[in-house]
Design a protein around this ligand. Structure first.
Ligand code: TRP
Length: 327
């Protein structure tokens, strides 16, 4: 199909993908492939703004690529590529740096949070992170950007850059539209007041690569409630939400009902949920295993993706530089 809108999104190669990432965003990436012309990037240049291990970084990037392919990204439909393989991203980032006041970057809550978390490594790249993100999207004239809620402020910044550029150099970029997935905000199993995240530790999340045994153990240990609260506890809410996202509506309604009439047994709910997770992840894990056997093929997919992306990027950067008087 021609004239489809361009979609761009990125994921950091920081390790295992968990159910929160998957249900909150990545599952949506798969569905959106049929609606837009999609660019999905493994943003290795973003991820080096916090401490990382260079020795196994290539492995992590490849592993992220395999996870994305396993969940259903289709390289025939979408362009899947590694950010640093298309140097025009950093080039455009520099050009945009000259348009954005540092006061705007100082307001970014993610920068403030990460600076708190990594006090010994508050580098200029971390500060500039949102400008590189804007460059990622606009290099391809991306308009549709599926992200988690925590990225909305970055997309607003991207739109400030769009307006500034258009004002200075003539109407050229279109504003970007965030797409927030309806499955968003899966909470930690062990501490359901917090968002599911790897940094909390293994008991808090389920990786898409966890074995059935591990999944069962983690779900059975999940925090629920003591049976006294009047309102549904965050832990129970989270388990029911997961069940709703991963099974048929009949099963989900059954548990909602027994909760409502107070006859619920959490061990039943947990067993049902663990089985649903295991069943849902099975084909993904089988696909991943297959990909692991042929890493050269995965590398080739990434090579092809980078070539496709670069062709577009090179064409667009020339146009941008012309408008800025650089060519
Ligand atoms: N900052 C995003 C995140 O951590 C990742 C990202 C980088 C991204 N570039 C992007 C997301 C461009 C959307 C569009 O989730």
């Amino acid at each position: 199909m021609t004239n489809q809108k361009i979609l761009f999104s990125g994921i950091q190669p920081t390790g295992e993908i968990h159910l929160g990432n998957y249900l909150g965003a990545l599952k949506n990436w798969v569905d959106l492939q049929n609606k837009y012309s999609c660019y999905y990037s493994i943003v290795d240049l973003h991820a080096i703004t916090i401490d990382y291990e260079p020795k196994n970084y290539q492995e992590k990037i490849l592993d992220t690529a395999m996870d994305l392919l396993a969940i259903g990204l289709n390289p025939k439909k979408s362009v899947l590529f590694v950010q640093s393989r298309v140097p025009e991203h950093t080039e455009l980032c520099w050009l945009f740096n000259t348009l954005i006041p540092i006061a705007e970057l100082e307001r970014m809550t993610q920068f403030k949070d990460k600076s708190q978390e990594h006090k010994k490594n508050i580098n200029a790249g971390l500060f500039d992170y949102p400008v590189l993100q804007a460059a990622d999207i606009l290099l391809y004239h991306g308009q549709v950007v599926p992200v988690g809620e925590d990225q909305l402020q970055h997309l607003e910044l991207a739109n400030k850059i769009v307006r500034k550029f258009n004002n200075k150099f003539g109407e050229y970029f279109k504003e970007v539209e965030p797409v927030i997935s309806s499955g968003a905000r899966i909470m930690s199993l062990a501490d359901p007041a917090k968002k599911m995240s790897k940094s909390l530790g293994p008991a808090h999340y389920i990786s898409i690569n966890d074995t059935p045994d591990v999944i069962k153990k983690k779900v059975m240990k999940a925090v629920t409630d003591t049976g006294e609260a009047k309102e549904m506890s965050p832990g129970v809410k989270n388990l029911l939400r997961l069940l709703e996202l991963l099974t048929d509506s009949k099963t989900f309604q059954k548990y909602q009902k027994v909760y409502d009439n107070k006859s619920i047994r959490y061990s039943d709910l947990k067993t049902e949920l663990a089985d649903a997770i295991i069943k849902h992840l099975k084909p993904i894990q089988e696909k991943k295993k297959e990909l692991m056997k042929d890493k050269n093929k995965v590398q080739k997919i990434l090579d092809t993706g980078a070539k496709k992306a670069r062709r577009v990027a090179q064409k667009n950067i020339v146009e941008i530089k012309k408008r800025m008087g650089l060519m």
